[in-house]
Design a protein around this ligand. Structure first.
Ligand code: SF4
Length: 460
């Protein structure tokens, strides 16, 4: 009983969050920055923040995450971090030789009110930026929003700093990718290649945070969207923004700056959201959907048909990031399951209506909450009041799953106690097949574990 103090008596809380279902903004900014080739993220704040952000990413991706810090001391905390940042820019370009330094702020530098734009302009004026190298920055005050907000701010900054309209359109489609795993980004590129459509995907952490072991340490692995590719997004014929919380701001910036029209879609998680993505890409790129893609869909539908009896009306609790939860809830409903409790620590005033739309009116008893008070404690209280058949979310749910004896599917950031999440996609039809198989295995393992001997079946 690790969570023995959780009661089923719910008291309305105004100023207390217990086990938040989110983490801090700069983690998202750092993750997105790693999706640019040759980029060194830089944390403008104290060493402690940067260490935490790096370790959170390293633990999830099991890869060394490189990032620099302005290393604020008491002096910089009082007088501002300009001197530290200027020195950092000079040292980083001289010693670590990135193509680009992407600076994000922290609670401390935001509270001081450091004008990072002015500091970076000064760095350029003083000749601290070598020719052909770049600086960019975004604000990530962690006392508002969540890691998803930080991701969104970083992606929007990519457009602000690089997208350029030359007046000569290119036959390519931008895909701005919400926060998913490197394997998902690779899967989106595979689907685009299969459909013979030319895309620019950004950010792109595949081959950065899932780089192969070669025996040689690469400070800047081969993956990531390149600066010329990012620049060319201003000449693309259309943009698909996947996941409104992580990408809509960037898509709006791109339209305002370069007149590239866009559609905001859900991340292609599950069958319906993948259908919408495939059709949208087919339309935007002017290509047909090949039979290889429809075959993948068909195989997914076949498994659903075969195993439907294990899924029907099963109650599910979900928590995590909104861009994942919305299409995932829709997928569960498509499987005839019932997502009854849904929690996200990321704020957003449309979240509840987006979830209700995804549920298509099929789960009238659903309880939804997001924002600061939407925490793991509340989710546990709901479960104590009426339990569920399956729990889906990041590693932090393992305590609830153990205490309540609920099958548990690890999905989302951070996953700290299992492997596979950064190698097996959850997007596209192949990703939905992976997720479905994992759901079925979790449910069927429990049936095997708990069935009496006379009902212990060899064939299921
Ligand atoms: S919440 Fe603020 S102070 Fe804490 S690690 Fe994140 S940026 Fe640093």
């Amino acid at each position: 009983m690790l969570l023995r103090h959780t009661t089923d008596q719910i008291t309305e809380r105004e100023a207390l969050t217990i086990n938040p279902a989110k983490t801090c903004q700069p983690i998202g900014a750092m993750y997105a920055a790693l999706g640019i080739h040759g980029c060194l993220p830089h944390s403008h704040g104290s060493q402690g923040c940067c260490s935490y952000h790096r370790s959170a990413l390293t633990r999830h991706y099991r890869e060394p995450v490189m990032a620099a810090t302005s290393s604020f001391t008491e002096g910089s905390s009082v007088f501002g971090g300009q001197a530290n940042l200027l020195q950092a820019v000079k040292t980083i370009f001289a010693v670590y030789e990135p193509d680009i330094i992407s600076v994000h702020t922290t609670c401390l530098s935001e509270t001081i009110g450091d004008d990072v734009n002015q500091i970076l302009a000064k760095a350029r004026e003083e000749g601290l930026v070598p020719t052909g190298k770049y600086l960019m920055y975004c604000n990530t005050p962690s006392y508002v929003g969540s890691h998803v907000t930080g991701y969104s701010n970083q992606v929007a900054a990519m457009v602000k700093y690089f997208s350029t309209a030359t007046g000569k359109k290119k036959n390519q489609v931008n895909i701005i990718c919400g926060w998913v795993e490197p394997s998902d980004m690779r899967e989106i590129k595979r689907i685009a290649t299969e459909m013979q459509s030319k895309i620019v995907l950004f950010p792109d952490t595949s081959d950065v945070l899932d780089a192969p072991m070669t025996g040689k340490h690469e400070f800047y692995p081969k993956g990531g969207v390149t600066i010329p590719e990012l620049t060319s997004t201003g000449d693309s014929k259309f943009t698909l923004a996947l996941g409104s919380y992580g990408t809509e701001d960037a898509a709006i910036n791109l339209e305002n700056k370069c007149k590239v029209k866009f559609d905001v879609l859900d991340l292609p998680i599950g069958i319906s959201a993948t259908d919408r993505f495939v059709f949208a890409l087919s339309r935007a790129a002017g290509v047909k959907v090949p039979s290889s893609i429809t075959d993948e869909r068909g195989r997914l539908v076949d498994i659903i048909t075969d195993m439907h009896k294990y899924l029907f009306q099963k109650r599910v609790a979900l928590y995590g990031d909104p861009d994942t939860l919305i299409p995932l809830a829709e997928f569960l409903v498509d499987l005839d399951m019932k997502p009854v409790y849904i929690i996200s620590g990321t704020p957003g005033k449309h979240f509840e209506s987006q979830i209700n739309h995804a549920l298509k009116g099929k789960v009238p008893e659903v309880k939804v909450k997001n924002g600061e008070r939407a925490d793991m404690y509340l989710l546990h209280q709901w479960i104590k009041q009426e339990s569920v058949d399956l729990l889906i979310g990041n590693t932090y749910g393992k305590y609830i799953a153990r205490d309540e004896n609920i099958p548990f599917l690890r999905l989302g950031f951070p996953t700290l106690d299992r492997v596979g999440h950064s190698y097996q996609p959850m997007v596209g039809y192949a990703g939905a097949t992976n997720t479905l198989i994992r759901i079925l295995n979790a449910l069927m393992d429990k049936i095997d574990r708990e069935s009496p001997e006379e009902k212990f079946e060899l064939v299921m």
